[in-house]
Design a protein. Structure first.
Length: 208
């Protein structure tokens, strides 16, 4: 069975471009389009879509993150892959936390877009070019009953992992890891990784 796509974007030209690229790929078919986030939620609920390519910002009404949450909350929901022009944590993390499998920029090469669709359909995050920080999700249920994120980050730093490797382990961008560390430094009144690990160990916040 081909991978059935729903293209959700408020710009007809963007949808046409995505359709033109993806319909040439073997095993992929564009089953439907949606010009609003509300339409995307309704169409995705019919049960015949495997992957939704979701924009983050629509002209009015619901945004892509809210639509993603509504889609992925349903049993047997399709995967949601964010395709956007915005590459900042402030824009993408809400959608990732809402349940998106991952995200890709709109200027990605056609072969990367097709590969991302296939990996999203399989429930995996899109592959990133060498050196690029991963932008992936974890199921939202995993965010309950766990240590604070900063503590998790610092525990991995204590194991000797770089920011990039910490990000890969926790499914965070490298920039997000740095932000968590900056907040940890401020709370512990330190200015280095070594000092933060030492202070957190002394306080019993992490174990080594």
């Amino acid at each position: 069975m081909p991978i059935r796509l729903l293209l959700a974007d408020d710009h007809p030209v963007v949808r046409a471009g995505l359709r033109a690229v993806l319909e040439t790929e073997e095993g992929i078919t564009v089953a439907a389009e949606a010009a609003t986030a509300e339409e995307a939620v309704e169409r995705a609920g019919l049960g015949d879509i495997d992957v939704v390519l979701m924009d983050l910002r629509f002209g009015r009404g619901m945004n892509g993150a809210r639509a993603t949450a509504a889609i992925t909350a349903r049993p047997g929901a399709p995967r949601v892959l964010i395709v956007t022009t915005y590459d900042t944590d402030a824009d993408t993390l809400p959608a990732i936390e809402a349940g998106a499998t991952g995200y890709l920029l709109k200027d990605a090469p056609p072969e990367e877009l097709a590969a991302a669709v296939r990996t999203a359909a399989a429930g995996r995050p899109p592959h990133r070019p060498p050196g690029a920080a991963p932008h992936v999700s974890r199921p939202r249920a995993r965010h309950t009953a766990r240590a604070p994120r900063g503590q998790e980050v610092l525990s991995l730093v204590a194991e000797g992992l770089s920011n990039q490797h910490v990000g890969e382990r926790l499914h965070l961008t490298e920039g997000t890891v740095k932000s968590h560390l900056a907040r940890v430094y401020a709370k512990l009144d330190v200015d280095s990784r070594t000092a933060a690990v030492a202070a957190a160990t002394a306080l019993g916040l992490i174990r080594r």
